[in-house]
Design a protein around this ligand. Structure first.
Ligand code: 4AD
Ligand code: MG
Length: 461
């Protein structure tokens, strides 16, 4: 089979040549003596128009091919100057590999995203989702490329773990115990000695702690894998299963961390604009008007920087506009994050140095004793897309912090060892990959940028 992408991209080479393509029918119209099959083969955003004439012996059967059918078509590529598309195919042979009856759930009309979520196995055959999932794939590749070109080692951190990196208790438990008949100890507690791992375990909320261990061997590392949060947030930005990219650098501080993050985001934006021009033009026209111009603007300007304390001063002046009023010490809600990035800075912005009380135990305490060397990167339309920090590298300070937060030190011995043996300043961050794809495409709901979304009360397919 020839890729439809090659037919479009290298049309001179295929002009008047006979080729075979295989794909799925988007539409089929016929009149008395000829008809048009529009076929998408997934290699290119644009489908190929195929003209078939009544001289083909099974003309009557071809005219009946239903939308969604899988076909293999052989024919000549013809240039069509002035037409909407530069080429079309004149069919010589049309074979139906798998028919699609009239109850095919995708018809040639606009379906709502809500409806398409109910058929997440078929939605990648639509324009929008072809575009989303190609951009998602390219963005993932670009991120690997960015880190690999900079000598970062890709570390595969485990998904099943015994620790809670974020200390927020938002974990999915993993167990082989029979929930209908949980074994109990004499004291009436759950008897984990009968469990597979002989202790409570959960799906990871972040690969950071494991990544830190490898950073103290390879200096610069990154993870890129699924993470899980049993966060009961039914929003357009939260999923229970999402992918996270977590670089970690030894001999680096918060400034280095922000430079890496800004460089990475710009690299990914550039990469998808260059490598998915048709898809990005589609988003720009149908999903989020002005998207391309905004992304280009991000590429040509520097991200904003503001401390948490300064941000609170800005936000307090607008407290009457917010559902949740802020004061020093409050966690920033999405409405505040969006205010900062959309109204105040009008571009991506790093908020740094949050109060230690609202951040995780591993963040490095600043000299003021009140704030930590944290950074969140906020972007217009979404809010937080990245969360990162310089890590506490002093054993005594880390232990003190863990005690204050009632963490069980035995569960983190490996992590404390890193501060015992060859500790170095280090920093890293986590980019929520779905939020990144939302930002790149202008799509407004996290359910529409991950192939099979898992959200509160929803785990279909
Ligand atoms: O800010 P978070 O919780 O940071 C961490 O997990 C750190 N351990 C990262 C690190 O320093 N290595 O999560 C990081 C990012 C968020 O900024 C957000 O983009 C995304 O992960 N994220 C979610 N995305 C979708 N659904 C959820 N429920 C998410 N929770 C976090
Ligand atoms: Mg965060």
């Amino acid at each position: 089979l020839t890729n439809i992408k090659d037919l479009f991209r290298e049309k001179e080479q295929y002009k008047d040549k006979k080729v075979t393509v295989g794909g799925w029918v988007r539409s089929n119209r016929d009149s008395k003596n000829f008809g048009f099959l529009v076929v998408n083969d997934g290699t290119f955003f644009e489908p190929l128009q195929i003209v078939y004439g009544s001289e083909i012996e099974n003309f009557g059967d071809i005219a009946k091919i239903g939308v969604g059918a899988a076909v293999v078509v052989t024919g000549k590529i013809v240039e069509t100057p002035g037409a909407k598309q530069p080429i079309e195919m004149h069919a010589e042979e049309v074979l139906v590999e798998g028919p699609s009856p009239a109850d095919y759930p995708l018809q040639k009309k606009r379906h709502s995203f809500e409806y398409l979520r109910t058929i997440s196995h078929l939605r990648p055959r639509t324009n929008t989702f072809q575009a989303v999932f190609r951009v998602r794939s390219l963005a993932a590749y670009a991120i690997h490329k960015y880190f690999q070109e900079r000598n970062f080692v890709y570390v595969h951190t485990p998904l099943i773990t015994g620790s809670d990196c974020e200390g927020a208790g938002e974990m999915f438990q993993v167990t082989t115990l029979d929930l209908e008949n949980v074994p109990k100890t004499e004291e009436g507690k759950v008897d984990y000695s009968q469990d597979f791992f002989c202790k409570p375990t959960n799906l990871t909320v972040s690969g950071q702690l494991d990544a830190e261990t490898y950073a103290f061997a390879f200096r610069n590392v990154y993870t890129f894998g699924p993470t899980f949060r049993a966060e009961n947030s039914n929003t357009t930005r939260h999923a229970a299963e999402f992918w996270m990219i977590e670089p970690e650098m030894a001999f680096a501080d918060l400034k280095d961390d922000m430079m890496l993050a800004e460089g990475m985001l710009k690299y990914v934006i550039r990469y998808v604009l260059d490598n998915a021009p048709e898809e990005m033009a589609f988003f720009n026209q149908f999903v989020d008007k002005g998207l391309i111009e905004r992304l280009e603007h991000v590429l040509s300007s520097e991200f904003g920087h503001v401390t948490y304390t300064e941000a609170i001063e800005i936000l307090e002046k607008h407290n009457d506009e917010f559902e949740y009023k802020v004061h020093w010490g409050s966690d920033l809600q999405t409405e505040h994050e969006r205010y900062l990035t959309e109204k105040e800075f009008k571009r991506p912005v790093f908020v740094t140095d949050y109060p230690k009380e609202i951040k995780a135990f591993y963040m490095k305490l600043n000299e003021d004793g009140k704030t930590v060397a944290a950074m969140d990167c906020l972007v217009p339309g979404i809010g937080e897309i990245i969360g990162g920090s310089q890590r506490e590298d002093k054993l005594d300070l880390l232990e003190k912090r863990m005690e204050e937060m009632n963490l069980n030190k035995e569960d983190y011995e490996f992590y404390l060892d890193l501060r015992r043996y060859g500790s170095a300043r280090h920093a890293g961050f986590g980019l929520g990959f779905e939020r990144c794809v939302m930002y790149l495409t202008g799509m407004g709901n996290i359910r529409d940028v991950i192939p099979f979304p898992r959200t509160v009360k929803n785990c279909e397919l």
